[in-house]
Design a protein around this ligand. Structure first.
Ligand code: EPU
Length: 337
């Protein structure tokens, strides 16, 4: 694909923020990636690697080169009862989930309807309904921007943590993921321990759920709680759920006994950002063209025509309110440009 100038990115970010890139190129193969990296334009401009644009907020036009990764393809290799599924970084995540569910490959059904592409799945260790990508991750291949080499990363190399990986940490800005391999299973061991899944399965009278049942139920729960990015611009959870020390948590719980909380690594405690925001009376608030979603306060939305600056200012207001009431500082989950 040719290099394009002054390219509108509105349809390439799920927040539907109307910004433009100075330069834009869409890449369909590793060979095309090598080619563009041998072009001086890459050295002369700052770079933004774009997948599904589902976890980002543009606050201004991008004064550099946006590289959209659209490397496609799905391959399957059986290994006993395990199934190794390799997908190109540009495959739409939910299409991969649908493909795996239809073929009886278990492991990612709880991650149904997460927006974005395969390439982003290890970067922020996507997770929902009791499953994170690290649970099924086998390896990924990535293009090293400095050398043009393709490197394979094992699970240990990726240093996964809650919404974190080495690609957001010490290797940030150095690699472009080109494909991901997931170790799935042909034996369905469904994970329904996440409260809402079991309740919904029971409501439907399903006692021995298949992965297709779990996928359907997760989709129904998500649709009931989260705005559909094809009609209302949003980037899913805008903030991370904050993780606090046990001592901090003990004090908070004595003041707010009904505060939801979950165990986190190293004896720490994860709080529910959505609950904290709702407790600050910010749920379903409309402010100009932005606001919080009516059914999930953790999701900021674009009601139409919102600028990134407007959303950013609104998010600052939420951070301040939560800090004042709870002494907890919310961290944004979305990447800002
Ligand atoms: N809650 C409220 N008010 C709200 C929202 C939530 O009181 O407005 C309470 C809920 O009642 C519940 C708790 O907060 O007790 C947690 O809520 P929920 O189960 O909806 O999940 P979450 O912690 O808000 C996380 C992920 C989501 C993922 C869901 C389901 C993060 C930042 N978000 O949200 O991921 O879909 O769990 O597993 O970890 C995303 O990352 O973009 C995303 C949507």
């Amino acid at each position: 694909m040719p290099l394009l100038e002054n390219y509108a990115l509105t349809h390439l970010n799920t927040f539907r923020i109307a910004v433009k890139a100075k330069l834009f190129i869409e890449i369909f193969s590793e060979a095309e990636l090598s080619e563009i990296f041998s072009n001086p334009v890459v050295k002369e401009n700052k770079l933004l690697i774009l997948g599904g644009g589902s976890n980002m907020l543009f606050t201004k036009d991008y004064d550099g080169l946006v590289v959209k990764i659209s490397i496609k393809g799905i391959g399957v290799k059986k290994d006993g009862n395990d199934v190794l599924v390799t997908a190109g970084a540009g495959e739409v995540w939910d299409s991969l989930v649908k493909y795996c569910v239809a073929n009886g490959y278990a492991g990612i059904e709880n991650l149904t309807l997460i927006p974005g592409t395969v390439g982003a799945s290890p970067i922020q260790n996507i997770g929902a309904y009791g499953v994170e990508i690290k649970d099924v991750f086998e390896s990924c291949t990535a293009f090293e921007m400095a050398t043009g080499q393709i490197r394979t990363f094992s699970k240990a190399d990726c240093e996964f943590a809650y919404r974190e990986s080495v690609f957001k940490g010490k290797l940030k800005g150095q690699y472009i993921i080109t494909s991901v391999t997931y170790r799935l299973s042909s034996i369905a061991k469904v994970q329904t321990h996440y409260g809402a899944i079991n309740t919904e399965l029971e409501r439907r009278g399903i006692t021995t759920p298949s992965i297709a049942d779990v996928s359907e139920v997760v989709a129904a729960i998500r649709v009931s709680k989260l705005p559909d990015p094809s009609t209302i611009g949003n980037a899913g959870s805008f903030f991370k759920n904050p993780i606090v020390d046990q001592s901090v948590f003990d004090v908070l719980l004595s003041q707010f006994p009904d505060m939801p909380h979950y165990p986190a690594p190293d004896g720490r405690v994860k709080l529910a950002a959505g609950w904290l925001i709702e407790a600050c009376t910010f749920k379903g608030v409309v402010e100009g063209n932005t606001g919080t979603w009516k059914n999930q306060a953790l999701v900021l939305v674009n009601h139409g025509g919102a600028t990134g600056q407007e959303v950013y200012r609104f998010s600052e207001k939420i951070i301040n309110a939560v800090q004042q009431k709870f002494g907890v500082i919310l961290e944004r989950e979305v990447n800002m440009f």
